[in-house]
Design a protein around this ligand. Structure first.
Ligand SMILES: [Zn+2]
Length: 418
């Protein structure tokens, strides 16, 4: 979960409490028969089997509270870090070509280039003083455990390739500040830091993988290159891609601390948000030990493909990478989709053909959802596809108060009117 959850007006939903009751009912039913088989976490905090799918009300409350607190904290942290940054001298950034620097004393032929990759399992720690240490809280587990599983699988997989050395900011459940993580990456001569996370959203409706990178120069180019390659692997695994994105703070620097701290030390970093813990279809791709290991292997494969690493062989030279260094900061999209309207036409079979339109010039249209009761309740998010329109048929009486919402991949949405 990124620490900045979007705080959005929550629509009152009359259906939701009823739905929760049903889900809880099913959950209790399942738990009564299968609870003992559904081992979730062992004493060391590792996932040891399928994770319980039902979430208790208490946990849900806790999660939502965490999300709200995280958002508030993110604001405060950003302000504090901005203030702190202003008092700091800017450290010199390393040249891009150090990415292929040669590690001293490596027992490999011909001083083969060695990439130093730092894996950063997101969150960690007991969460007593700072709940952020736990990460997202869903499905009776914590994000911090899952990110560690993914990181370990990624390390294991990467270590089968030549020309790479893998480091981890943590391999136990311990707390680390973002600054400490970045400092560790620098201390081991890291060429790239990959921060591993799982997502969650306030309305529990988003799904898909996304990668956050620096908005600036080489840091953007390298992060985005690796990020796209990892996203390709994750979409092959079944996730929808929300793309490689940037986010800027109020002072115009990279918003996310790990990206900013690494950049200040000359190290490109990316945050991989594999999928949403609070969304069922995404969760199904991360709800077992095996699934998490799959994610880690996918991440490794994406990274290895980008750098041209080969499994089981050490290359004397790595292939050159073509990267386009952006001359100006790559800004996030901060405006919702435009020209949003719909048209409904009754067909001969009595059903309605809906044409929904939306334009996104800065990013891309990603999802839509709709309400038949004037915006009181909405169904799940549907994928938009490509182009400026989607068409589908609906069974309607014609009396419904239809409202459509069109979202871009930055989760900003525009609602149809009238
Ligand atoms: Zn996270």
């Amino acid at each position: 979960m990124s620490k900045a959850m979007r705080r959005r007006r929550r629509r009152s939903s009359r259906l939701l409490p009823l739905l929760s009751l049903i889900v809880l009912g099913i959950g209790i039913g399942a738990a009564a028969t299968a609870w003992t088989e559904l081992k979730t976490i062992d004493r060391s905090g590792r996932i040891t089997g399928p994770v319980v799918l039902a979430q208790s009300d208490k946990l849900r409350e806790l999660s939502e509270q965490t999300l709200r607190q995280s958002a508030a904290r993110a604001e405060r942290t950003e302000a504090a870090e901005n203030a702190e940054r202003e008092n700091q001298e800017v450290r010199p950034e390393r040249e891009p070509d150090t990415a292929l620097s040669i590690a001293g004393g490596a027992p490999e032929p011909d001083n083969a280039p060695r990439l130093r990759i730092v894996l950063d399992p997101g969150h960690g720690g007991e969460g007593l003083k700072d709940e952020q240490e736990l990460g997202a809280i869903y499905r009776d587990t914590y994000e911090k455990y899952l990110t560690l599983e993914i990181a370990e699988a990624m390390r294991e997989e990467l270590s089968q390739y030549g020309n790479v050395e893998v480091f981890m900011t943590r391999d136990t459940d311990r707390a680390l500040t973002l600054k400490e993580r970045a400092a560790y990456a620098e201390s081991v001569g890291g060429d790239l830091l990959v921060s591993l996370h799982l997502n969650a959203s306030l309305e529990h409706n988003f799904y898909g993988s996304e990668v956050f990178v620096s908005a600036f120069e080489y840091f953007h180019a390298r992060g985005a290159g690796v990020g796209e390659s990892i996203l390709k692997q994750l979409t092959d695994y079944g996730f929808v891609s929300k793309g490689v994105k940037t986010r800027l703070g109020s002072k115009g620097a990279d918003y996310y601390g790990i990206i900013r701290e690494c950049k200040s030390l000359g190290i490109p970093a990316l945050i991989v948000e594999h999928g949403y813990m609070d969304e069922d279809s995404d969760w199904a791709r991360m709800n077992t030990q095996e699934a998490l290991e799959n994610l880690g292997r996918r991440d490794a494969a994406g990274l290895a493909a980008y750098f041209g690493l080969e499994k089981g062989s050490v290359l004397s030279k790595l292939p050159a990478i073509e990267e386009e260094i952006p001359a100006v900061p790559v800004r996030p999209d901060t405006t919702p989709p435009e020209e949003v309207w719909y048209k409904k036409e009754r067909q001969t079979d009595g059903r309605f053909l809906i044409t929904l339109h939306g334009v996104e010039r800065e990013s891309r249209v990603m999802y839509y959802d709709y309400s038949t009761d004037g915006g009181e309740t909405y169904g799940g998010l549907q994928l938009w596809g490509t182009g400026e329109t989607v068409r589908f048929t609906m069974n309607l009486t014609g009396e419904e108060q239809l409202v459509f919402r069109v979202y871009n991949n930055y989760e900003l949405r525009t609602e149809t009117s009238g």
